[in-house]
Design a protein around this ligand. Structure first.
Ligand SMILES: [Zn+2]
Length: 255
């Protein structure tokens, strides 16, 4: 459940009254608000993966740097951020589809500078998601299922056999969780087993899709009437990662 963004207390003098269009932020107030009300997050900066230069039209699902997403995430930092769900502001397309599912606003501490495609993970929140994993074969022929998120625990895992047979439940002892992959028991699963479905718990992970307010310096007058330069905090829009990176779900190759 997202916390609401509280209103920062104003340090403005009567000469600098804030207007509704220009919400006031004073660095000290802002950072205290983020520290008190914010979520613990893991913040990772994005870098374009050079594998895209090999062939721009191809998704390199075996790239160990980006897993085919085209982006590498570096400099993982634990920090705080205000998080506000935008579920009350859903936008609908012509066919009634929701255009901004899983979208949140992110307001980091004033020293943190976020950019488009950076990634944040909510460390104290747990979500559950249903996903068809991408199957890979290890060098030894073991089937490895790759998911969008780091798996905390698996709620259900099924193998699809055919449309005329019920889904086959896979028991806990037949797989091993390793980050965002499940390694299946090599004695029981073979290369033809490529269609699975799972529901699992994860720490919600978001990709920054827009920086609504970039960092910029502004001048604010303190209680003595002196103008001081300060940094206007960022406001970013982020979306659950699986809405932003379209990875091929049905490829099977050596990964
Ligand atoms: Zn790559």
């Amino acid at each position: 459940m997202a916390k609401r963004l509280a209103t920062a207390k104003s340090n403005y003098t009567p000469f600098e009254q804030p207007t509704p269009q220009n919400v006031d932020h004073v660095k000290g107030d802002h950072d205290k608000l983020v520290s008190d009300e914010g979520y613990d997050i893991l913040f990772e900066k994005s870098v374009k993966c050079p594998c895209k230069q090999l062939d721009r039209n191809k998704t390199h699902t075996t790239c160990v740097n980006c897993n085919g997403s085209g982006w590498v995430f570096v400099n993982a930092t634990t920090t705080k951020s205000l998080i506000l769900s935008q579920s009350k502001q859903l936008k609908f397309g012509l066919q009634g589809e929701v255009l901004n599912s899983g979208q949140i606003s992110v307001t980091p501490l004033s020293g943190i500078v976020m950019s488009e495609n950076d990634r944040i993970t909510l460390l104290d929140s747990v979500g559950v998601v249903s996903e068809q994993p991408r199957p890979y074969l290890s060098d030894t022929g073991q089937v490895i299922l790759k998911f969008n998120y780091i798996i905390k625990s698996v709620e259900t895992l099924f193998k699809f056999i055919s449309t005329s047979l019920p889904l086959q439940r896979i028991e806990e002892e037949d797989y091993e969780i390793d980050g965002n992959t499940l390694k299946l028991n090599a004695d029981k699963f073979k290369t033809s087993d490529i269609t699975f479905s799972s529901r699992y718990f994860y720490n919600p992970q978001y990709i920054i899709v827009d920086v609504a307010k970039h960092v910029r310096n502004i001048h604010l007058r303190d209680e003595l009437g002196t103008l001081n330069q300060t940094v206007y905090p960022q406001l970013c829009i982020a979306r659950l990662a699986h809405y932003t990176f379209n990875q091929d779900e049905n490829n099977i190759d050596n990964g």
